[in-house]
Write a protein that binds this ligand. Structure first.
Ligand code: FES
Length: 171
């Protein structure tokens, strides 16, 4: 993110003047374009890094839309996140090959080890868990992507080792 960093703890544009300026600029530039809601949400995700619930409400008010409409779009598309991403990202492939090869058990293990679930961050904000669609490595299913690195044939006990690897990398 080349522009000024936005506070990761105050995600309400009403109470965060820097965040409000960034969002207002995106709103004013794009609100009259065709498909403005999608354009605006994409810009905010790309430039701010997330679309929190208060941000969704703020956008809905600005565009005179029901908040449920904005929330519906954000929750439908997996590339939108409602929290700032952590330093590291773990993606669990939920494509068919990975799903049938035991991904639900790996996700359960991740929840147990990290105390959070896909769509959220660890309590220290360091790691973001996400699900994704097929990443094109079905022959190695089940696949977990840590940052941009693909890890194949992951077993729950191997997943524990991968987590230790992330902790070492973030030192
Ligand atoms: S289904 Fe997971 S990599 Fe293809």
């Amino acid at each position: 993110m080349s522009e000024e960093t936005i506070s990761k703890t105050n995600v309400d544009p009403i109470r965060n003047p820097k965040l409000k300026i960034r969002i207002d600029t995106i709103l004013n530039t794009n609100k009259n374009k065709p498909g403005s809601l999608m354009v605006i949400l994409n810009e905010i995700q790309a430039k701010v890094g997330f679309v929190s619930s208060p941000m969704q409400q703020y956008i809905a008010n600005a565009l005179h839309l029901p908040a449920s409409r904005v929330h519906g779009v954000v929750s439908f598309y997996s590339f939108f996140t409602t929290e700032p991403r952590g330093t590291h990202t773990i993606k669990f492939c939920l494509g068919t090959a990975c799903y049938v090869s035991g991904m639900p058990q790996i996700i359960d293990k991740a929840k147990q080890l990290l105390g959070t679930e896909p769509g959220h961050n660890t309590s220290d904000g360091n790691i973001t868990l996400e699900v994704c669609r097929c990443v094109g490595a079905c022959s190695q299913a089940p696949v977990v992507v840590i940052d941009e690195e693909i890890h194949g044939r992951v077993k729950p006990n191997k997943f524990a080792q991968l987590i230790r690897g992330i902790d070492t990398k973030s030192e």
